[in-house]
Design a protein around this ligand. Structure first.
Ligand SMILES: [Zn+2]
Length: 459
């Protein structure tokens, strides 16, 4: 059974927990679902992150990095600072529009979003089920309410050469609360010194990953060597490792950046610049939080876990036709030709009273005959039976459209109730007065146009 949902079109929540990240990095951000308007677009799941970037100031022109190594620094000029903030925005934007979330087939929690949209009202018989586009917006100078404050130190370029930093106590290692001016440019990560390792790493983008709750790629993928490093650290025995060991440092150990696994090292949460579906987890956490607000009662995590992360645009969503069948493309009308031998046509006057859409008792004989005809024509690979309603031209287009849809549905219900067809094997459509068989100028012509057509679609 599909779970029940309480539709709330627009939902926002603050996410502030690392309980779901399971990592060492506390995440805090705001998250919202945005409804698209006027067309086939995704619902947008936006993470909003407010980071207050501050120029690092100190009494001494020396700053310690993540490894407590000292570096010479210099005050920021206005031009340097604004260039840095611009490049920080550009790197943060690497996370934007990178992932899509596809709901499980039974998920109906966002149906109402689209039923209220004027664009989708044109398809009253169909429901649009959107896919979610994952967006990230980072505000680096929020007026208030920053989720975190990050200092940025301006390394003294006079002590830095093209090949490294001189005097070189290593490379300044930024961390989640302290960036350096060189992070503006994708930089050879410490691992870049090793052969085969990526040479270029957008450090700020990496740190943004931490800010939204992601741990290093070895942690995300549960790489055994990274788990070993974490365990050595937890047991407090990694201090016996030789200096510079790739296993030292717990989840910050080089092996957790993928130093022994080039595929992992290439990841943004390793030492490279590639993204993988593991990197989409903050949006899943945001989604789970929002779903709990959206639904009547929270779904079990097993239901939530059925959402899929995809890395290429899966399209805006899919159509559900009357809740009966899932179709994956635009619901353009399926045309049936008059001489198609899979076509069964029943007079509307036989099935319905004027202006009514409930089946008359006298219609049973005609429908029983149709059921026998369908059975005779169903092939071994029935895709579905298409049931189309048509009206004459009396009355407005809108009225006839709705009447034809209701009549097609009523006919579908008749076959399902009597177990002639499975509900999942039926699609219904209404054409109103748009497809007359004869002129609507006299009553015999109008009677001919009032009809239900059954079309057997084998594959
Ligand atoms: Zn890191």
């Amino acid at each position: 059974m599909a779970p029940s949902y309480k539709p709330v079109p627009l939902v926002g929540a603050a996410f502030s927990s690392n309980s779901r990240t399971g990592g060492s990095v506390p995440a805090a951000f705001d998250t919202f679902l945005y409804q698209p308007t006027g067309g086939f677009k995704h619902v947008k799941l936006t993470i909003k992150l407010k980071i207050s970037l501050k120029q690092a100031r100190g009494f001494l022109p020396v700053r310690l990095d993540a490894d407590n190594k000292p570096f010479l620094t210099t005050p920021w000029t206005d031009a340097q600072w604004s260039a840095f903030v611009n490049s920080a925005s550009a790197q943060a934007n690497l996370w934007n529009n990178r992932f899509w979330l596809v709901p499980p087939p039974a998920f109906s929690g966002l149906d109402e979003v689209y039923q209220k949209d004027p664009f989708f009202n044109k398809f009253p018989n169909k429901i649009f089920r959107p896919n979610l586009l994952c967006a990230l917006e980072v505000d680096f100078s929020p007026a208030s309410g920053a989720h975190r404050t990050i200092e940025v130190t301006n390394l003294n370029a006079a002590f830095i050469t093209a090949t490294g930093r001189v005097p070189d106590p290593g490379v300044f290692r930024s961390h989640a609360f302290l960036y350096d001016s060189f992070d503006a440019t994708p930089w050879a990560f410490p691992l870049g010194h090793a052969p085969g390792m990526p040479a270029s790493h957008p450090v700020i983008a990496h740190e943004i990953g931490h800010a939204i709750g992601l741990d290093h790629i070895g942690v995300l993928t549960k790489a055994p060597i990274c788990q070993l490093a974490a365990n050595l650290n937890t047991a407090n025995v990694d201090r016996y490792l030789p200096a510079g060991s790739p296993l030292a440092g717990g989840t910050n150990a080089l092996v957790c950046y993928g130093s022994t696994n080039a595929a992992l090292a290439g990841n943004i949460m390793g030492a490279g610049q590639a993204f993988s579906s593991e990197n989409a987890r903050p949006w899943l956490w945001a989604l789970y939080t929002l779903l709990d607000k959206l639904l009547d009662k929270p779904e079990p995590i097993t239901e939530k876990a059925k959402w899929r992360v995809v890395m290429t645009d899966p399209g805006p969503g899919r159509w559900i036709d009357n809740g009966l069948d899932i179709i994956t493309s635009d619901p353009g009308p399926v045309r049936v030709t008059a001489n198609d031998d899979s076509l069964i046509r029943i007079s509307g006057d036989v099935l319905f009273d004027t202006d009514k859409s409930n089946i008359k008792p006298e219609a049973n004989a005609a429908l029983e005959k149709a059921a026998a005809d369908i059975k005779a024509r169903i092939g071994p690979r029935l895709r579905y039976v298409l049931i189309n309603g048509h009206t004459d031209a009396t009355g407005s287009a809108d009225y006839n459209q709705r009447l034809s849809e209701a009549r097609a549905k009523a006919a579908a219900d008749w076959f399902v109730t009597r177990k002639y067809l499975e509900r999942a094997k039926i699609r219904t459509q209404g054409f109103g007065k748009t497809q007359p068989l004869s002129p609507n100028t006299d009553e015999p012509g109008r009677a001919k146009n009032r009809r239900v057509e059954l079309h057997i679609v084998n594959s």
